[in-house]
Design a protein around this ligand. Structure first.
Ligand SMILES: NC(=O)C1=CN([C@@H]2O[C@H](COP(=O)(O)OP(=O)(O)OC[C@H]3O[C@@H](n4cnc5c(N)ncnc54)[C@H](OP(=O)(O)O)[C@@H]3O)[C@@H](O)[C@H]2O)C=CC1
Ligand SMILES: O=CC(=O)O
Length: 324
C-alpha cells in the first residue's frame, strides 16, 4: 500500500506527479478556515505532509499518529517545533540552498530601491511630477564602494556578499555565530562584533533565522548605533526586529531608510506607520518568489519527503527522531 501524503500548499503539477509515483496524495492547494477541518480529518492516517508555513507542534501531532515526515517548502522552519516532532519519531526537513541566489538578487534590488528611491521616483514619473529641473528632490545614495554589514552569513548572506563585493565593489563586514573562512577568502569579508558592524556599515542586512536568540535582535540600542546615513534591510523574519524601535529610528532620522521584505504581522496591517514612510521600501515576503525557484523548492521538499517515507535519510533532515 502506498503511504498517504497531504500536500497543503499549491505546487507545480510536476511536483505532484513526482510524489504520486510513490504516494497516495490528498491535495489542498492551501489551507483556509473552511478546509482545515478536512485537513485534520485526513491527517489521522497520513504518513507525510508537504507545504509551507503550517505550525507543527504537539497539538497538531496528536492528530497524526501515523506521521513519518514533515516536509517544509521553505528554508526557515520556525513553524516546526522540532523537540515535539522528534519525540514522536517524525522526521522534519526544509529546503536550503536552492533559493540562495534568488533571495540574494531580491536583496540587491531592495538595497538599490531604498538607496536610489526607485518606487518613489517611479510614482513621480507616473503621476506627472517629473520636473525638467533635475534637482535634489531626485537624489539618493550610492551603493557601490560602500560598506555592507551582514548579520547572519549563511547561504543567503554569502550569496549577497558575492554580489555586493564582486558586482558593486562593496566592503563586506559580517557578524555570525561562527566564523566563515570561505566568505572571508572569497569576498574579503571581515568578521566583527554586532556593535562594530552597526557603527561602521552603510547598509545593514539582517539574514539570521528566527530563533529565541534572534528574536528582536535589532532593537532601540542597535538602531541607535547605526550611522544616520545608513539603510537597514530585513529579509529574514519580521520578528527578528523590534518593529516599534525601527519605526522610531526612521521617524527620528536615526537611520536614513529601510528596505523590508518581512514584517511582524504578515500581511502587514494597512495602518502600520512603516507603510506611509517615503524612506521605506516594502515587499510582501517575496524573497524566493520566482517560478524557477519556487519549483526547485517544492521539488526539493518533495524529494526529502519521498526519501523519508522510503526509510532513507532525507538530504535536508533537520532533526534526530527518537526512533532513528
Ligand atoms: N524573505 C524571504 O523570502 C526569505 C527569508 N528567509 C529567511 O532567511 C533565513 C536565513 O536563511 P539561510 O541563509 O538559508 O540560512 P542559513 O542557516 O544558511 O544561514 C543563517 C546564518 O545565520 C547565522 N545565525 C544564526 N543565529 C545567529 C545569531 N544568534 N547571531 C548571529 N548569526 C546567527 C547562522 O550562523 P551559524 O553558521 O553559526 O549557524 C548562519 O550563518 C531563514 O531562516 C529564513 O527565516 C529565507 C528565504 C527567503
Ligand atoms: O521565507 C522563506 C523561506 O524559505 O524561509
Amino acid at each position: 500500500m502506498k503511504p498517504k501524503v497531504l500536500v497543503y500548499s499549491k505546487v507545480d503539477p510536476k511536483v505532484l506527479d513526482f510524489v504520486k509515483q510513490t504516494c497516495e496524495v490528498v491535495y489542498f492547494e492551501g489551507l483556509e478556515e473552511e478546509t482545515f477541518p478536512t485537513f485534520l480529518h485526513e491527517l489521522k492516517d497520513a504518513h507525510g505532509i508537504l507545504g509551507a508555513g503550517l505550525k507543527v507542534d504537539d497539538d497538531l501531532l496528536k492528530n497524526a499518529p501515523q506521521l513519518k515526515v514533515v516536509s517544509n517548502i521553505s528554508v526557515g522552519y520556525e513553524n516546526l517545533h522540532l523537540p515535539a516532532i522528534s519525540a514522536r519519531g517524525v522526521m522534519a526537513t526544509n529546503t536550503p540552498g536552492v533559493l540562495n541566489d534568488t533571495v540574494a538578487d531580491l536583496i540587491m534590488g531592495l538595497m538599490l530601491s531604498t538607496a536610489r528611491r526607485l518606487p518613489e521616483l517611479d510614482q513621480f514619473v507616473k503621476t506627472g511630477q517629473w520636473d525638467s529641473n533635475l534637482g535634489e528632490q531626485y537624489f539618493g545614495l550610492d551603493i557601490h564602494q560602500k560598506v555592507l554589514g551582514i548579520i547572519g552569513m549563511g547561504g543567503i548572506g554569502s550569496a549577497v556578499a558575492k554580489r555586493a563585493h564582486h558586482g558593486f565593489d562593496m566592503e563586506i563586514l559580517y557578524h555570525n555565530r561562527s566564523r566563515k573562512p570561505d566568505a572571508e577568502e572569497k569576498y574579503a569579508a571581515s568578521y566583527c562584533t554586532m556593535e562594530e558592524l552597526l557603527q561602521n556599515s552603510d547598509f545593514v542586512l539582517l539574514m539570521t533565522p528566527l530563533t529565541p536568540e534572534t528574536e528582536k535582535l535589532m532593537g532601540e540600542k542597535e538602531f541607535s548605533l547605526m550611522k544616520k546615513s545608513a539603510i537597514f534591510i530585513n529579509s529574514s523574519r519580521g520578528k527578528t526586529v523590534d518593529e516599534e524601535a525601527l519605526i522610531q529610528a526612521l521617524q527620528t532620522g536615526e537611520i536614513y531608510g529601510a528596505g523590508l521584505d518581512v514584517f511582524v504581522n504578515e500581511p502587514v496591517e494597512v495602518d502600520n506607520p512603516l507603510l506611509s514612510m517615503k524612506n521605506v521600501v516594502t515587499l510582501p515576503h517575496i524573497g524566493s518568489a520566482t517560478y524557477e525557484t519556487r519549483y526547485k523548492m517544492a521539488m526539493s521538499a518533495a524529494t526529502n519527503l519521498v526519501a523519508g517515507l522510503k526509510g532513507e535519510t532525507p538530504t535536508n533532515l533537520l532533526n534526530k527522531p527518537v526512533n532513528i
